[in-house]
Write a protein that binds this ligand. Structure first.
Ligand code: UDP
Length: 253
């Protein structure tokens, strides 16, 4: 939410009910998910979502660094979310600021609740999220990328974690806020869903909405997450399904 006077707030929803980029209130930005683009990581994924570009890499289960964080009966999940200095219009100071630390922590906690950590005692599963281009919703894009990267690394999990931000913009409840909507809207509410159980493992909120608006926003977010989930699964299918003629040619070679 920006600190601007009411007179400076642009009209975010037009008289036709459409948003500044022409989307309906319940419409996602274009989303492309690619599994496994990095060869050196144990698992990786790239997400292009509207004007966001986010890469995730996963290493592990591997030895814990720093050693004192090691837990005897389970793996820990460590996450580093980072925004590149060139990812935003005004150069961002490189390095971990408080915002990045907070986002890294909530993402690690979300994954800790879905990874079968007991299967890998005394190890660390390390998740790196690099935001290369940012246009709001980068923590959600990071969670989507990291989920697919974890699956690509073969880490056993309850489920993938689709994630999206919902919010209140120009008095309307909207799905998947872009930068101007995040800056000038009334509320921004990122969430991450375990699709099979319907459990939310990340829910944050900036701004204000009423209890009934919150209910509608959550419903909209869950529907959005389910659509995103399909794209995540498709990215993994695209990476791992080999069509029969190609498999035969590879076997013969
Ligand atoms: N942003 C920025 N500089 C910063 C932090 C954020 O320009 O230091 C922009 C960036 O486009 C980001 C958006 O503000 O995506 C919204 O940031 P927020 O903290 O709400 O997190 P996000 O929506 O990206 O998860």
């Amino acid at each position: 939410m920006g600190n601007v006077g009411a007179s400076e707030v642009p009209q975010l929803i037009g008289p036709d009910g459409l948003r500044i980029d022409g989307r309906r209130v319940d419409e996602l930005r274009a989303l492309r998910v690619v599994a496994g683009p990095l060869k050196r990581a144990d698992g990786s994924a790239f997400v292009e979502w509207g004007a966001n570009k986010v890469m995730a890499a996963v290493y592990g289960p591997r030895e814990v660094h720093p050693r004192h964080l090691q837990v005897n009966d389970k793996a820990i999940v460590q996450c580093r979310y980072n925004m590149a200095a060139f990812s935003v219009d005004e150069r961002k100071r490189p390095g971990l600021d408080r915002r990045s630390q907070e986002i890294s922590k909530v993402i690690a906690e979300a994954f800790e609740s879905v990874v079968f950590a007991e299967e890998f005692p005394r190890t660390s599963i390390d998740v790196y999220i690099e935001v290369l281009q940012a246009n709001a919703g980068t923590r959600c894009a990071g969670i989507v990328a990291a989920s697919v990267a974890l699956a690509d690394a073969g880490i056993p999990m309850v489920d993938l974690l689709p994630s999206v931000a919902v919010g209140k913009v120009g008095g309307h409840i909207v799905l998947d806020l872009k930068k101007e909507e995040d800056n000038f809207g009334e509320a921004d509410l990122p969430m991450a869903l375990v699709p099979q159980s319907g459990r939310l493992v990340l829910l944050q909120m900036e701004g204000h909405m009423t209890a009934s608006e919150l209910g509608r926003a959550l419903d909209l977010g869950v529907t959005g997450c389910r659509a995103i989930y399909e794209k995540m699964k498709q990215a993994l299918r695209d990476r791992y399904s080999v069509d029969p003629p190609q498999a035969m040619a590879e076997a013969a070679a």
